[in-house]
Ligand binder design. Structure first.
Ligand code: PEP
Ligand code: MN
Length: 259
């Protein structure tokens, strides 16, 4: 179902008032985690003004340590909804398990399946049944074939609206959090019709690298970007080191127009 052999045209996926894929450049921006109403509304307004087309924010966080901030849960989803209503930006937010995916679907416009759950087949199948577009991140060490097979799990349940997201893979290199596999974009473009976006924030773990890699991703044909933005990165509860301040995000958006 994901193969271009049987579906030669690029898929274009409608999300609320915007489209992903085709000639559209999708910019998903927002904090790693929903923290407070003030944070969410402020960041949502800033990214909207700068040109973002969708709003992100995690309410259920798949943290590597059980002692790290786990997210606000449904309260976080309510804050996201408020920020979305305030700005008109549709919501992308992650579902981490079968217990909470229904409540995530209730509040979100796109259900995100994170890297750590890329091969959680029960979760993928459920995501395929909820009637909402799914953003499927590449697994921490997943091959492109494994990633596309994960997309098949969603699509074979009747949901063809899958957006792929390259977010870096694990290699021997430790200077960056992950290694951004920009080659995945032309590969996916050749073998699949699904839209593919790039997340340079989780790929690098470093805010300074987000700008050059965002431009690189767009230059090699990505359909969009997912970028973490925080109004006070030094105090962020999660991923502050890779989060752009709104002013830096605005600069990046202006540069992207040239690319
Ligand atoms: C995220 O986008 O919030 C996230 C946890 O990313 P990943 O699954 O790519 O690590
Ligand atoms: Mn994050």
């Amino acid at each position: 179902l994901a193969s271009r052999l049987f579906h030669p045209e690029d898929s274009v996926i409608t999300v609320g008032n915007t489209k992903v894929g085709g000639d559209n450049l999708t910019i998903i921006a927002g904090p790693c985690s929903v923290e407070t109403e003030e944070q969410m509304i402020e960041v949502a307004r800033d990214v909207k003004r700068a040109g973002a087309t969708l709003l992100r924010g995690g309410a259920y966080k798949p943290r590597s340590s059980p002692y790290s901030f786990q997210g606000l849960g449904e309260d976080g989803l309510k804050l996201l909804k408020k920020a979305s209503e305030e700005t008109g930006l549709p919501i992308v937010t992650e579902a981490i398990c079968l217990d909470t995916i229904d409540v995530v679907a209730k509040y979100s416009d796109v259900i995100q399946i994170g890297a750590r759950n890329m091969q959680n087949f029960a979760l993928l199948k459920k995501a395929g049944k909820l009637g909402k577009p799914v953003l499927l991140k590449r697994g921490l060490s997943a091959t492109i074939e494994e990633w596309l097979m994960a997309a098949e799990y969603i699509m074979s349940e009747g949901n063809e609206d899958v957006i792929l997201c390259e977010r870096g893979i694990r290699t021997f290199e430790t200077y960056t959090r992950n290694t951004l596999d920009l080659s995945a974009i032309p590969v996916i473009k050749e073998i699949s019709h699904l839209p593919i976006i790039v997340d340079p924030s989780h790929a690098t773990g470093k805010w300074k690298m987000v700008r050059p890699l965002s431009k690189g991703a767009v230059a090699v044909g990505a359909d969009g970007l997912m970028i973490e933005v925080h109004n006070n990165p030094e105090c962020a509860l999660c991923d502050g080191a890779q989060s752009l301040k709104p002013s830096k995000f605005k600069e990046l958006m202006d540069e992207l127009k040239i690319v």
